[in-house]
Design a protein around this ligand. Sequence first.
Ligand SMILES: [Zn+2]
Length: 151
Amino acid sequence: MTYLTGTQPLKDGCIFCSALATPEDDHKTFILHRGAHCFVILNLYPYNNGHLMIVPLDHVESIENMSTDAVTEMMTLSQHCVGVLRKAYNPHAFNIGINIGAAAGAGVPGHVHLHIVPRWNGDTNFMPVISNTRVIPELIDETYKRLRELW
Ligand SMILES: [Zn+2]
């Protein structure tokens, strides 16, 4: 609804770099955690409730441009994210993956990111299939508060 009513401002350039540039606004850009090499941010247009993304601090377009330390932190953060999401939502399963390049479906093709998507049995219903519409049962501010408390 926030998206439909236009109260979420669209930013120029890279959404990840612009979110990183304003640490005082982490509660508005929904940055959950800032690490030494990567950060964790909620997806504003989630596939499911609790859809997280792990993003390198550096604006690089693919994993081969990341340092070994950054790749290692991306994976250790994914472990932590899965643990936090299990406590928060008790999902049945997870999808974890990276789309590299626009043709692969990357929403922010210039800045590589790892998706962590919690899944529940039966969560793909007629809405995304028929009308390309997703039903997200919790507002993103509530998701942010819940995951921050568990982080
Ligand atoms: Zn960027």
